[in-house]
Design a protein around this ligand. Structure first.
Ligand code: C2E
Ligand code: CA
Ligand code: CA
Length: 760
């Protein structure tokens, strides 16, 4: 498949788009997985921590129960026994820092290690213990006291207490253990330390104090006297309710680990909560979402680089293809826009440049043409011709300015488009070029002189709209025809050229259908002998076109010759005029010669002679009465063939008349070589012969030549009696002209003859 450069990059963008899409999909799935993993991990951690906490607390509860049972009977009576039992117990568990036995009024009964200094005041008088001590008296379960720093023990402790009751259910004493936060909850601490990105803490539902602070602050004494604001707790509860769609009590009773997203002091957190029902403690484990994102980034980094690498590879592949394409298309464009021989730009480039011009840009087009270049190719060889063209293009290049456009239009034709010169400057440039080419070119061993022509046309025709390039080119071609006939070899386009060109085009067009539309007919101009006796007629063609009116044969015959339309016209002329004059002869009963004008092209037709014979046969025309009028230019080319043809015709008894004698390249040797019967003096001399001595001398000379060669002489264009007399005096044989008769259609000719006969 062929891609142009743009298409190629569109494909690349598509690939890049799908690349981005697949990367996003992969990223989002990684994110989801990471998120899920984090939640699972966090929930596991929370569950494990909760279990270990419950285990520890349960252990202390068991110890409290044992203490209660052991000392229930002896504590108040046998202090020594009691002390011994306490001692053995406390020493067996390093996490138990102290044991105290308190009266229901809060005063210490017995304590270990040092009862007196351990508590100075009754427990219900100390801020940290007051409410929980009271609560212990009311509760049958183990009650956990607030975490606080015990000065005597020199560390943070968590007191756990339980009331010991008699059979009546009255509190006999309260057993209190001081648990070392550090030793008693080492499992909790270890757990957390192993998951450094997590933050776990335990807080008391009853009074909103922290039981175990987050790891970083776990040993910070002051944090345990901070009470979490009610509003914050309420918010958290509301959120939990929303997340789980359960009431707060249901949540607590459910024993579920619940994870939700929360925002705290502009930080997004993932928070997992678990309620330890038995101890009324909330265990919370949190992780910052930033940690998840970082985790995500770490995980997706490899994916990203793999993707990036692949797209870079794809990009370079595409670029390689694109640059390959570019090089190829640059080369193609160069080939398409340049002439292979001279390396000048070509017509394609000119068209493109002109079509890309800003609107209303005026320019002159200088059309440069070498005369008869084909002859140079023929006389030397193509290699020499090519070298001459290259030399010509280099010479042309030396004349142009930077903003001029020089192209080779075709073999020996060049075009310069000038944007900055006015008419006069263009004219000067053209003259400089013509002058520059007026020298001999040295090509290999040859010295070659060429003749060049220049025509100039502008796209600014003076009207509001500028001409198209095609129109300017056409105008320059029209002007070139003129330049070739000028001695200066230079011509500017003029509007009249276009008018006649268009007229000619129209004639050409109309002429194609003239015969079939019956627009063509013949008229006949009578010819007279000295005694005014009618001896013959000249057949003349007429064309009456609905659009163009009557078109002069002088105009359309030349055009018909150039378009080969003359062949069918010629056949029509031969057949019609023989047919009609035969009818005239038959209806008037007089002998009439028929002169028919034959154009050059007709003579060059392969079967002219056969056609002529054919028409004589079908019209049954007397060939001895037939005369063919040829002009001198017929005889220029190919004289041998024409001579043979004329001989053949003459051999049939048909006469040959040389028309328009004196206007062309008349050469006396022609007269000698050709089988002629008659000379016709052109009307241009005849009409002027009495006013212009040169014309008179010409007529006189032609008659003399004719007499000398024994040729009949016809004078056409006799318009006045004076001319007729003058010609008679010069011994002219035959007279033709408006003075005698105008060219007449067949029927009028019959009337004319009959009228003449009645007069005579
Ligand atoms: P041509 O062969 O020299 O024809 C004579 C022309 O002179 C005719 O013009 C004729 O009408 C004109 N003429 C004759 N007497 C006078 C006169 O007293 N005064 C003036 N002013 N003109 C006179 P036409 O018919 O317009 O033909 C012009 C030319 O067209 C002819 O010149 C001939 O070259 C060509 N032509 C006409 N008919 C034919 C034809 O049938 N075949 C060919 N091949 N050429 C024809
Ligand atoms: Ca004639
Ligand atoms: Ca003539």
């Amino acid at each position: 498949m062929y891609f142009n450069k743009n298409n190629l990059w569109i494909v690349f963008y598509l690939v890049a788009f799908f690349w981005l899409l697949s990367f996003s999909v992969a990223l989002s799935s990684i994110y989801k997985n990471t998120f899920r993993e984090v939640i699972i991990e966090q929930e596991n951690l929370t569950s494990m921590t909760a279990n270990s906490l419950t285990d520890s607390l349960h252990k202390y509860e068991v110890i409290l129960n044992i203490f209660g049972e052991l000392l229930e009977n002896c504590l108040l009576t046998d202090k020594e026994l009691s002390q011994a039992r306490i001692y053995s117990f406390v020493n067996s568990d390093p996490s138990i820092l102290a044991v105290g036995f308190f009266k229901p009024d809060g005063r210490l009964l017995l304590g270990y290690p040092l009862s007196a200094s351990l508590v100075h005041q009754p427990l219900n008088h100390i801020a940290e213990t007051k409410s929980t001590f009271q609560y212990t008296l009311d509760s049958k379960e183990m009650v956990i006291g607030r975490t606080y720093f015990n000065d005597y023990l020199g560390e943070l402790i968590i007191p756990v207490r339980k009331s010991v009751r008699n059979k009546q259910g009255e509190v006999i004493f309260v057993v209190s253990l001081a648990i070392s936060l550090e030793k008693g909850f080492s499992y909790f601490i270890d757990n957390i330390e192993q998951s450094p990105s997590h933050n776990s803490y335990l807080y008391r539902e009853v009074d909103r104090y922290l039981q175990l602070a987050p790891i970083k602050k776990i040993n910070d004494k002051s944090i345990y006297s901070y009470q979490i604001p009610v509003a914050e707790i309420n918010d958290a509860i509301k959120k939990l309710e929303l997340t789980t769609d359960m009431s707060y009590d249901q949540i607590k009773a459910s024993g579920k680990v619940i994870t939700q997203e929360v925002k705290r002091s502009s930080q997004q957190l993932l928070s997992t909560n678990y309620y330890l029902t038995r101890y009324q403690l909330w265990l919370t484990t949190e992780i910052s979402k930033d940690v998840i994102v970082n985790n995500l980034i770490n995980k997706s980094l490899l994916l990203f680089f793999a993707h990036l690498f692949s797209i870079i590879v794809i990009f370079f592949l595409f670029r390689k293809v694109a640059t390959g394409h570019k090089k190829q298309s640059d080369l193609l464009f160069f080939q398409a826009s340049h002439d292979y021989l001279t390396n000048l730009h070509n017509r394609f480039y000119l068209d493109q440049q002109i079509s890309n011009l800003p609107p209303n840009t005026a320019y002159h087009l200088i059309y440069f043409d070498i005369d008869n270049f084909q002859k140079i190719n023929n006389n030397f060889n193509y290699k020499i011709g090519d070298k001459l063209l290259i030399k010509s293009s280099r010479l042309l290049e030396s004349f142009i300015a930077a903003d001029d456009l020089l192209i080779r239009a075709s073999s020996d034709k060049f075009v310069i488009v000038s944007f900055s010169r006015n008419k006069q400057q263009v004219n000067e440039l053209a003259k400089r070029i013509l002058n520059g080419f007026n020298h001999t070119f040295n090509v290999e061993q040859y010295k070659i002189k060429i003749s060049v022509n220049i025509s100039i046309a502008s796209n600014d025709s003076g009207s509001t709209e500028l001409l198209t390039l095609e129109q300017v080119k056409r105008n320059s071609v029209l002007a070139m025809k003129v330049a070739k006939t000028h001695s200066e070899h230079l011509s500017f386009f003029e509007d009249e050229l276009l008018a006649s060109y268009l007229e000619r085009n129209e004639i050409e067009l109309q002429l194609k259908t003239a015969l079939t539309n019956n627009e063509i007919y013949m008229v006949y101009q009578p010819l007279f002998a000295k005694n005014e006796q009618l001896i013959g007629v000249e057949a003349l063609i007429r064309w009456n076109n609905s659009k163009l009116g009557l078109v002069s044969p002088e105009t359309f015959i030349a055009i018909a010759e150039s378009t080969r339309e003359i062949c069918s016209l010629g056949e029509f002329i031969l057949q019609t005029s023989m047919q009609e004059i035969k009818q005239v002869i038959d209806s008037t009963n007089i002998e009439l010669a028929l002169s028919i004008n034959i154009s050059v092209c007709q003579f060059q037709q392969e079967y002219f002679f056969e056609d002529l014979e054919h028409f004589i046969d079908i019209t049954d025309f007397n060939r001895l009465q037939l005369k063919l009028e040829v002009t001198e230019n017929v005889l220029i080319d190919d004289i041998e063939n024409i001579r043979n043809l004329l001989l053949k015709i003459k051999h049939q008894g048909i006469q040959i008349s040389l028309d328009d004698f004196g206007t062309g390249y008349s050469s006396l040797s022609l007269l000698k070589n050709l089988p002629l019967d008659e000379l016709k003096i052109d009307k241009s001399f005849v009409m002027d012969m009495l006013s212009d001595p040169d014309s008179y001398a010409m007529v006189e000379a032609i008659i003399a030549i004719a007499k000398q060669r024994d040729l009949a002489i016809v004078a056409e264009g006799v318009e006045t009696q004076e001319i007729a007399h003058a010609l008679e005096n010069l011994d002219c044989d035959v007279f033709q002209g408006y003075f005698y008769a105008k060219p007449l259609p067949k029927n009028e000719l019959i009337d004319f003859i009959k009228h003449k006969m009645t007069i005579n």
